[in-house]
Ligand binder design. Structure first.
Ligand SMILES: Cc1ncc(COP(=O)(O)O)c(C=O)c1O
Length: 365
């Protein structure tokens, strides 16, 4: 049996008729960068997240960079975050000249909130929790620490559309939440895209200018900006994907439960999810001994898996070439990166395939 890690072709077939209809409307309207469908998508997402404002940009990375700049974070400011994220989280911090301060993660692969306070210095300006895999970090604890020390919170929610901590979605307990619509995300475009969600009017105004050459109104530019707009065709696709998001989440959570039940009695660490978390299962990440051998063996029986991520950001040349002296105290993240394995979990799988993956895995431990 073949179990692909992703299957965007099948996903397209499930929305094709509805999507082509909407795309055709956009193309006939001729407003390829400013169709009302963009604003309507932003409003729907803001409502769904329970925040006042949402604005789309060209990528999750731009969402992070623009948010940091709009919040006034600059050279010399320190931001506390994790080393086991995708490189984009730290690229955003480093691009604006701020300094990344890494702290370790917990058994759930998320920022260990107990370690935040000891990492705070007079230069600390913000905390950037990264809601990896579709699990939100402990935003109640992080919000409390930020209030106590007068720090900003920028949530990297690129992997967490549809996730909750208690009743709080990204953007509810922070200054801003940044999402990615990369094709592999739960809410995904057919290309790049991102979104900023916030209750801060000043921030959204600044980002709306920044993403469009600093334009206030036509031919009036108060700042030099960038070009980072979500185009109307992507907005059309995303609006259909948003219609289907709840059923996508039901499907992913159903398969996750099936994996949990199939694997629980074996020498396999299934995802650690705290009770407050509503996991959207962007990824289903197990921990296992001999990970590389297991991955190869699964590949040989038609099962595609991934590692998110095999190299910590602290060990990437992009980072070590800039900071050769740094040696962060991150033992948990270091141990986990050798053991983590992401199993296929997308909505175009079926229960036979989940059982097949589970059977093959059980045979390997
Ligand atoms: C945790 C995290 N942050 C940021 C990003 C950046 O998003 P994008 O690829 O849309 O720029 C990603 C995307 O993979 C991500 O996984």
């Amino acid at each position: 049996m073949i179990v692909p890690y992703v299957d965007l072709g099948s996903q397209w077939l499930s929305i094709k008729d509805r999507a082509l209809h909407k795309i055709n409307e956009v193309l006939e309207n001729g407003m390829y960068l400013e169709d009302p469908i963009i604003e309507s998508l932003e409003k729907r997402i803001a409502r769904r997240l329970g925040v006042k404002y949402a604005t789309t940009v060209n990528s999750g990375t731009d969402a992070l960079i623009f948010s940091l700049v709009a919040l006034g974070i600059a050279r010399g400011d320190e931001i506390i975050t994790v080393p086991n994220s995708y490189i984009a989280s730290v690229a955003a911090i480093e691009h604006i000249g701020a300094t990344t301060v890494f702290i370790d993660v917990g058994a759930d692969h998320l920022i260990n909130a107990n370690l935040i306070e000891e990492a705070i210095t007079p230069q600390t300006k913000a905390i950037m929790p990264v809601h990896l895999e579709g699990k939100m970090a402990d935003m109640v604890a992080i919000n409390k620490i930020a209030k106590k020390h007068d720090l900003l919170i920028i949530e990297d929610a690129a992997q967490a559309f549809g996730s909750k901590f208690l009743e709080f979605q990204p953007g509810n307990l922070s200054d801003v939440a940044c999402f990615s619509f990369h094709p592999l995300k739960n809410l995904n475009a057919a290309g790049d895209g991102g979104l900023i969600a916030t209750n801060n009017y000043d921030l959204i105004e600044k980002v709306n200018r920044m993403k469009n050459h600093g334009q206030v109104t036509r031919n009036i530019h108060h700042n030099f900006g960038f070009v980072s707009r979500l185009d109307s065709i992507q907005a059309a696709i995303l609006s259909i994907k948003l219609d289907d998001l709840d059923s996508t989440l039901v499907c992913r959570r159903f398969f996750a439960k099936q994996y949990d039940e199939n694997l629980v009695k074996y020498d396999i660490q299934t995802p650690v999810v705290s009770l407050e978390v509503f996991h959207s299962y962007h990824l289903y990440v197990i921990e296992i001994d001999n990970r590389d051998k297991v991955q190869d063996a699964l590949k040989n029986v038609g099962i595609e898996t991934k590692i998110h991520y095999p190299t910590l950001i602290t060990d990437q040349i992009a980072y070590t070439s800039r900071y050769p002296e740094k040696n962060w105290d991150i033992p948990v993240a270091r141990k986990q990166k050798k053991r983590i394995l992401s199993l296929p979990i997308h909505q175009n799988l079926n229960s036979f395939q989940i059982n097949y993956v589970s059977d093959q895995l059980r045979g390997l431990v």
